[in-house]
Design a binder for this molecule. Structure first.
Ligand code: AP5
Length: 184
C-alpha cells in the first residue's frame, strides 16, 4: 500500500516518475493534468471550462478540480493506494485533500518534492513540445508554481512529511532513489 503525493515544478519529472512508481508499487497514478487533457480532447463540460486556463499556464479553478479528485479517490482501485501527480497545487487544495483523506481514512504516507533548476526545466519542456510547452506559457507556469504551489513545500515540511529528491539526475537514478523512499 503506497499513498504518495508528488510536488515539483513543471518539467521536474512528476509524470515520468509517477508512471514508473505506480507500476513498481502497483497503485494507480492519478494525474490531474492527464484527466484535464482527456476532458479537453473529449470536449466535455469540464474540458471546455478548463481549456483556456491550461493554454495560458494558469491553474484551473479549484471548484472544477476538487470534485474531480473527490470522485477519483472514491473509486474502488484507489482503496489499494495511489500516487497523486499535479494535485494539490495550492494551499486550499491541500487543505481540501487533508479533510478528504481523513474522512475516507486514507492518510498520505509520503510527499516527495522533485528539485530541478529552472534552466533545466525550460530546456526539458521546450524539447517535449506539449500544447502548453511554448516558452511564454512555460514561463507563466513557473511563475504560477512559485506563487501558488511552492508554499506547499513548507506546508508539508512542517508536518515532517516531506522528502526532497534531486530530480536533475537521469530518469533511472531518480527512479531508484524513489523506490528506496517507498520501501524504507
Ligand atoms: P500538469 O499536467 O500537472 O503539468 P505540469 O505540472 O506543468 O507538469 P509537466 O507535465 O509539465 O511536468 P512533470 O513534472 O510531470 O514532468 P514530466 O515527467 O512530464 O498540468 C498542466 C495544466 O493543467 C496546468 O498548467 C493547469 O492548467 C492544469 N492543472 C493540472 N492540475 C491542476 C490542479 N491540481 N489545479 C489546477 N490546475 C491544474 O517530464 C517533462 C519532460 O522532461 C518530458 O519530456 C520527460 O521525458 C523529461 N524528463 C523527465 N525526467 C527527466 C530526467 N530525469 N532527465 C531528463 N529528462 C527528463
Amino acid at each position: 500500500m503506497t499513498r504518495l503525493i508528488f510536488l515539483g515544478p513543471p518539467g521536474a519529472g512528476k509524470g515520468t516518475q509517477a508512471t514508473l512508481l505506480s507500476k513498481f508499487c502497483q497503485v494507480p497514478h492519478i494525474s490531474t493534468g492527464d484527466i484535464l487533457r482527456s476532458a479537453v480532447a473529449e470536449k466535455t463540460d469540464l474540458g471546455q471550462k478548463a481549456e483556456a486556463f491550461m493554454s495560458a499556464g494558469e491553474l484551473v479553478p479549484d471548484e472544477l478540480i476538487l470534485d474531480l479528485i473527490l470522485e477519483r479517490l472514491s473509486q474502488s482501485d484507489a482503496v489499494q493506494g495511489w500516487i497523486l501527480d499535479g494535485f494539490p497545487r495550492n494551499v486550499p487544495q491541500a487543505q481540501f485533500l487533508d479533510g478528504l483523506l481523513e474522512k475516507i481514512s486514507q492518510p498520505c504516507e509520503f510527499v516527495v518534492n522533485l528539485d530541478v533548476p529552472d534552466e533545466v526545466l525550460l530546456s526539458r519542456l521546450l524539447s517535449r513540445g506539449r500544447q502548453d510547452d511554448s516558452e511564454d506559457v512555460i514561463r507563466n507556469r513557473l511563475v504560477v508554481y512559485r506563487q501558488q504551489t511552492e508554499p506547499l513545500i513548507d506546508f508539508y515540511r512542517s508536518r515532517q512529511q516531506l522528502v526532497s529528491v534531486d530530480g536533475n539526475q537521469t530518469v533511472e537514478v531518480v527512479t531508484s532513489e524513489l523506490q528506496k523512499v517507498v520501501t524504507a
